[in-house]
Design a protein around this ligand. Structure first.
Ligand SMILES: Cc1ncc(COP(=O)(O)O)c(C=O)c1O
Length: 404
């Protein structure tokens, strides 16, 4: 057994050591980071709802009415009327029969994939899927087929090979580190033609894509046809927790067999109350979604004008792929010197050799701030001799090996 200190040294030597940074203000477009005010360019609080006065108030009201915690899992004594209310709203919002809350998006994916497939079946997963989907596939004990990023031919080949054992295709809607969008209509068609279900993780697409920010599945006109839609409450909806939307029958099964649902305390009422309020704001103010889209376009254009390409992103997630992990960290620190906070993302979050700054815009960023940040990052990149990849997501062999 290797010593803990040795392992930490190995991480430092590889440029992969991580430390926590400290934020001392609410999650707005500017935050106080380690004592200094910086422009926040790496948050998933895309519409700024985590700090919205009505969302804060709703969390406080829910704490007053229901208390701070749920005290037990949903199937014991933790199932409260506020959980039921949010589930009904989420199901309506997404156009599904039922929704089921989970403790987080990570737990939702872990629990849902492992509840739906098992030994003797095959689960199909995009090579750039989020770790929670990868881990869900791993613990399911189903055989895994990891298809090349958004490669429908490769997937179709895998489906043919799997024959009747093919059971489930899982994909991010917006890929979390690249900002590109999965071909959901084609995936769904392929899945159903081959007798498979399809699960789409809308973690980054709610509030960003589709009519009034209803997500990528709604954008593709497939609400209710995609078998399962996962969403989180911790990103656009400014709170914490997650949900799965599906048919009443699938939700019934998840309620009975999804282990992270069964063996974990129900979401705290303030988090649920905050999410209900955030959803109401999203539904009543679609202009915020339009602002987010415009800001994404502004940042991508400003980066391009300054010689930095953001790959195939068409969303609020704008990656600048640097390659080397230490170089990505150096670029991050240079940006911070100029009061722009964009955390470097390194393996294992992204494949080896594709370390990056993952910029993400918020609806309430100012266009001039985004343009200034693009100039600053491009200047720092030039000074460091960073040549960015314009090819977008490549073929990350390490992820393939890990997840295959
Ligand atoms: C695509 C995707 N799915 C799931 C999650 C996990 O969600 P949560 O933060 O609610 O655990 C993330 C988080 O980054 C994500 O990017």
């Amino acid at each position: 057994m290797r010593d803990v200190a040795d392992r930490l040294d190995d991480l430092r030597d590889a440029g992969l050591y991580r430390r926590l940074r400290l934020i001392e203000s609410p999650q707005g477009p500017r935050v106080t980071l380690d004592g200094a005010e910086v422009l926040l360019l790496c948050s998933n609080n895309y519409l700024g709802l985590a700090d919205h006065p009505r969302v804060r108030q709703a969390a406080a009201d829910a704490a007053e009415r229901f208390g701070a915690g749920a005290g037990a899992s949903r199937l014991i004594s933790g199932n409260m009327s506020i959980h039921d209310r949010l589930e009904r709203r989420l199901a309506d919002f997404a156009g599904y029969e039922r929704a089921l809350l989970f403790g987080s998006g990570y737990l939702a994916n872990l629990g849902t994939v492992s509840a739906l497939v098992g030994r003797g079946q095959v689960v199909f997963s995009d090579e750039l899927n989020h770790a929670s989907l990868i881990d869900g596939c791993r613990i399911s004990r189903a055989e895994r087929f990891v298809y090349h990023h958004c490669d429908l031919d490769h997937l179709a080949w895998g489906l043919r090979k799997a024959g009747h054992r093919g059971a489930l295709i899982v994909t991010d809607a917006i890929f979390s580190m690249d900002g590109d969008v999965a071909p959901i209509a084609e995936l769904t068609e392929l899945a159903h033609r081959n007798g498979c279900r399809v699960l789409v993780d809308e973690a980054h697409a709610i509030g960003s894509l589709g009519p009034d920010g209803r997500g990528a599945v709604a954008e593709a006109g497939l609400g209710g046809e995609v078998d399962l839609v996962v969403g989180t409450l911790g990103k656009t909806l400014g709170s914490y927790g997650a949900y799965v939307c599906a048919s009443a029958e699938i939700v019934d099964l998840l309620t009975n067999v999804a282990r992270p649902f069964i063996f974990s305390t129900a979401l705290p009422p303030p988090a649920v109350g905050a999410a209900i309020a955030a959803l109401a704001i999203l539904e009543s103010q679609p202009g915020m979604v339009e602002h987010l889209r415009l800001n994404g376009a502004t940042l991508r254009e400003a980066l391009a004008e300054n010689g930095l390409q953001a790959g195939p992103s068409r969303t609020q997630i704008v990656p600048i792929v640097v390659g080397d992990a230490e170089l990505a960290m150096a670029l991050c620190e240079r940006a911070l010197d100029g009061r722009v906070f964009a955390q470097a993302i390194r393996p294992p979050t992204v494949p080896e050799g594709t370390s990056r700054l993952r910029l993400s815009v918020m609806a309430n960023h100012g266009a001039n701030d985004l343009r200034a940040a693009a100039r600053l990052i491009a200047g720092a990149a030039a000074e460091l001799g960073v040549g960015t990849s314009t090819a977008g997501p490549g073929h990350p062999q390490q992820v393939l090996r890990e997840a295959a």
